[in-house]
Structures are given as structure tokens and as C-alpha cells.
Design a binder for this molecule. Sequence first.
Ligand code: ADP
Ligand code: MG
Ligand code: MG
Length: 352
Amino acid sequence: MKKTIGLLYGGKSAEHEVSLSTALAVIKAIKFEKYEVHPIYITLDGQWRKGPQLTEPLESVEQLQFDGDQDSGANNITKFIINENGEQIKFDVVFPLLHGTNGEDGTVQGLLEVLNLPYVGNGVLASAAGMDKVVMKQLFEIAGLNQVPYIHFLRNEWVKDQTAIIDICEEKLVWPMFVKPANLGSSVGISKATNREELTKAIQFALKYDRKIIVEQGVKAREIETAVLGYYEPKVSVAGEIKPNTEFYDYESKYKDNSTSLIIPAEISDSVYTTMKDMAVRAFKILDCSGLVRADFFVTDEDEVLINEINTMPGFTPVSMYPLLWQKTGLSYPDLIDTLIELAIERFEEKQ
Ligand code: ADP
Ligand code: MG
Ligand code: MG
């Protein structure tokens, strides 16, 4: 019997568009002979709109953006589990293809828990902890993972005494510094600062996106990533290197221009790879992850390995690093989707 899959995409997030391309890619690759696919579009302002069941791949993201249903109310979230005849759809698995806030951060995962629906990927805790760069780094510290020095503060502390915060950054960190909103992804709100004036501007910019800010010491390093897949005994893929043509791996280089090269497998020594693999699993476990995670590292010229972050719902188009790493490791994109769905069921059944 075919499994019923709910595909959740879009979302009230700065990464809305990225999610749309991911959803389209999954719809193009998913095995329709195995699954009944129900698309659920979350608009940028947070309305949930269920589309008709799909029986074949779609061609464009426009087809994924359904019009509003006048009867559904402004934001009728429960409507997404009701079919055209008013009956409840029993999803075998929901696939939240959402990036960033209100999707990758545990909020949607919490809703799916309350509805008692199995879902792909990380649970509430891992999603929330992985979205908050400060909490994530504090947990990495507990796991003994090597990472860059950083400081963090809240908006009210900045408003109270900007000079004091800039002084602390200068005291604790070495230039250049990277300023980031704590809760985001896709490089949104991130900038590099090489002096006090730039740092002030960078902090003001990041504060547009979040009330919690992290300032990190910049490293001159290669950016190498691994993909983790599994549950209790997660597997790690080969490593891949990202070579952006811009000064750092910013939003434009991630999604807009094609100048970023992905080198898979990355040219690293066995010992760097072994260290990375071990760190990726430790990061997965300390955040209590499940399903999938992309673990991102910095590797210096001296082969020092530092963990940058993990992403609990990494870019997932066929040209994104996560699926490409699995492809090179021997797992195709359609098979990867199967595995994630199986892992979701395994985790759900364990709880029942
Ligand atoms: P996001 O979750 O938005 O991807 P990251 O922390 O990965 O945020 O930062 C985005 C990019 O900024 C990185 O891929 C890297 O190119 C650059 N970057 C971030 N932090 C540092 C740092 N401490 N040193 C050097 N480059 C950094
Ligand atoms: Mg990230
Ligand atoms: Mg990143």
C-alpha cells in the first residue's frame, strides 16, 4: 500500500523561497509509485493552504503556491489534515521542508507532535537548539568540540551600553569578527567586521533579524561539510568542500549566483576526515538529533578542525550539499527521501 506523505513547505521565514525550490525538487524526485503526495503550502504570512493530491511531478514553484481558500479562515492550520470531502487525512509521514524560523526551529515540529503525526527529521529539542547558534555552541562546548571563540548578548544590553559591548568584543576576540543573528540560517543578517565602526553597523544589521546576537572570531579556513543520516547510530557521508567566490559564503553565493563550487569528496587527509566524522556524530548526539543533519566545519591551513554549526534542515535540492554528499557516498536522492521517511516512522513507532 502506498504511504501518504504530507509535504510542508514555504513558511513564515526569511528562507521561504529556498523552501519552495526544495519542495519542487522533492516532488520531482519522490517515488510516486510508493507515495501519495499531499502538498501543504505555508504562505510568507503564515497561512496554511492545502493543495490537491499530486500524482505526478510539478514543473514550477508557482504551481506550489496555492491561492487562499475563502472558507478556511485566516490561518486554519488544522485544515491541512482534512481532505476535499471533509475527512481527516491520515498522513503516514509529514515531511517538513522548511528552513529557518517557524519551521526548522522546533515550532512546526511541536505542532506535529501535538497532532501525533510522524515527521521527517529532527524533533523539537534538536530543531530549537540547532536554530539558536548560542545554545548550539554552548552544547558543543559541553561535548568538548573545538570551535571559534564567541560572545553573545541581547538587544536590551546593546541598547543600554553599545561601547561596553564593542569593548568586550575587542577584549575577547581578534579581528575580523562575524556578527550573526542567533536564530537564522542561509547567512541572512550575517556580516563580517574588521573594525569598531563596522562592528557597530554589523550588530545593528543583525538586530533587525533577532533580539539575540552572536559575535564570533573570524577564522581563515576552508569550509568543509559532512552529512549525517540516521537515528541511534547515525552514519556520516564523505566530506565536501564549499568554495564561494565571494568574501564569505553569504546568501547570494548560496542561492543566487552559480560561482560557488562544491568539491566532493573534499581533499582532506584521513586524519582530518576521521576527526570531522567523530565531531559530526558527537554534535548529532549532544543535540539529540534524529533523521538528518549537515555538520559544517572550518579547517585551517594547519589542519585544525573547528565545528561551525549543524543545520537540522539543510538545503535539500538535488544540487545542495546534503543530497550530493549522500549521492557520492552511494545513496541517490530518491533513495535518500525513502530513508528519511523510514527513519521518521521508526522514531514515531518507538514512541507509541
Ligand atoms: P548560517 O547558519 O546562516 O549558514 P554560518 O554561521 O554558517 O550561518 O555563517 C555563514 C557563513 O559565514 C559561513 O559559511 C562562512 O562563510 C562565514 N562565517 C561564519 N562564521 C565565520 C567565522 N567565525 N569565521 C569565518 N567565516 C565565518
Ligand atoms: Mg545554518
Ligand atoms: Mg552555515
